[in-house]
Design a protein around this ligand. Structure first.
Ligand code: ADP
Ligand code: MG
Length: 438
């Protein structure tokens, strides 16, 4: 067990991290435990694999720096899992595997309102009785209304209540890519056994299944195999099955066999509750009037509401001021992303290519000269920070690079942002050009 000193070191690290990176701070950091601190290695344990993975992905660099500042020594950090679950693997080892569960996306952190009550209830029911209640479960709705969140929540819950259940959770794009890879490598049998022998298959955004492609045929057979074995299937899309543009009729009819449920945009009251929930998740308490202000500013897309909160924290941090209504109004006042448009990777690429005077083709090429590498990495960093695209999607836009490359770019530029004032100024200028184009 950790000594008093070690626990103090951890508290000190958490305080530093919180002020340095409020966006990645979570209220569950309170439950982190310092397991041991010896030979320059500090081991920090958390409750489950999803949390450990979050720490790896978002906090390793920040924690390491905070630890060095707190102790005045070189310290390396290791994250482990308390509950006896396997410790997370290094990222390179998880490359190409299924989607990782995000610790923020649980049923507890999902606010239920009239807009999503049925979808939420059906997801809870499914996660407690795989394959026997609604099968398949098909959720649809506009972007940013919580479909992906609910999918993660189902998997978290199923892991808790049915620890032996095998699940595969991936985006439709990942399903198609992994099918294409399997064909190229001649490992179709392995692909089929990977997807046809699970207890629950969760596929996000099936609107990306393409017409007359072999992957749709493969998906059809996967669906049948699972369905006939009473295994759970959960799917999402941005429209109901009948309106999916390139889907074959036989798949559309299968998608309707179970329960099809819609998510609507949240009402004002639900939006207020969501803002408060999100702030709480980050260990912040914001007053009622700020929550009302954000809920009033951003209406259609919950993801944008989170973006608005992030802008408020970042502004408070930059000005070193407490979060007040006035500060929130200032922060969002100039910022028209609230309630208006969502930032696209294309907008980021446009701004970066113009700023650095390079061409998109260069960014997508294999060239590794510094004049190309830097703008490419800046694109990745901004896409990661200003959009909700996955690492895979970001890599896809920049010449089909894999998610470890994107992650490396984000950490490198993140480091530069902290340590190099020129880079920080460049990033601020670019962010302003992207979020508030003239
Ligand atoms: P979609 O997949 O429908 O585009 P997401 O699931 O990615 O949307 O949700 C976008 C963001 O909004 C996520 O951060 C998610 O946590 C949040 N969100 C959506 N609905 C809710 C809700 N009812 N309660 C809390 N957070 C929500
Ligand atoms: Mg989604």
């Amino acid at each position: 067990m950790a000594s008093q000193d070690t626990t103090e070191v951890l508290d000190n690290i958490l305080d530093r991290f919180k002020s340095q990176d409020p966006v990645n701070t979570r209220s569950w950091f309170e439950d982190l435990m310092a397991v041991q601190f010896s030979g320059g290695l500090l081991e920090i344990a958390c409750q489950d694999e999803a949390k450990a993975q979050f720490l790896y992905d978002n906090c390793l660099v920040g924690f390491t720096k905070a630890a060095q500042n707190a102790t005045g020594h070189l310290v390396s950090i290791k994250f482990s899992v308390l509950s006896g679950e396997p410790a997370p693997k290094q990222l390179s080892e998880t490359a190409g595997k299924k989607t990782r569960l995000h610790p923020d996306y649980t049923f507890e952190s999902f606010v239920v309102g009239p807009c999503n009550r049925l979808a939420h209830a059906s997801c809870v029911a499914v996660s407690n009785a795989l394959g026997t209640t609604y099968n398949p479960l098909f959720l649809y709705g506009n972007v940013g209304l919580g479909k992906t969140h609910l999918l993660h929540a189902i998997c978290h819950e199923a892991k808790k209540t049915l620890p032996a259940a095998e699940f595969e959770f991936l985006s439709c794009e990942e399903f198609v890519n992994s099918f294409v890879r399997a064909i190229e490598k001649g490992s179709l049998a392995r692909f089929q056994s990977q997807f046809r022998n699970v207890d629950i298959l969760v596929i996000d955004d099936v609107q990306f299944l393409r017409e007359r492609e072999q992957s749709q045929e493969e998906f059809f057979h996967t669906f049948n195999a699972l369905y006939n074995n009473h295994k759970q299937i959960v799917l999402t899309a941005d429209c109901p099955p009948g309106q999916l543009p390139s889907l074959e009729d036989r798949l559309i009819s299968r998608f309707k066999w179970g329960l099809v449920t819609r998510l609507d945009a949240p009402s004002y009251e639900t939006r207020i509750a969501i803002v408060q929930k999100k702030a709480h998740l980050r260990g912040l308490s914001i007053s009622e009037d700020i929550a009302e202000y954000v809920a009033h500013k951003v209406k259609a897309n919950i993801r944008e509401m989170e973006g608005a909160l992030t802008i408020i924290y970042a502004t408070a941090q930059a000005c070193d001021e407490p979060i007040t209504l006035e500060l929130a109004q200032q922060a969002l006042g100039h910022n028209e992303i609230a309630g208006k448009k969502q930032i696209s990777i294309t907008a980021i690429i446009d701004a970066v290519t113009e700023y650095f005077d390079v061409r998109l083709a260069d960014l997508q090429s294999k060239r590794r000269s510094q004049s190309i590498t830097l703008p490419r990495q800046v694109c990745m960093f901004l896409a990661r920070n200003l959009t909700r695209h996955s690492l895979e999607e970001i890599g896809g836009h920049l010449g089909g690079r894999d998610h470890t490359t994107v992650l490396h770019a984000c950490s490198k530029i993140g480091d530069l942002k902290q340590n190099d004032p020129d880079t920080r100024a460049q990033l601020e200028e670019l962010t302003a050009a992207i979020t508030d184009p003239k």
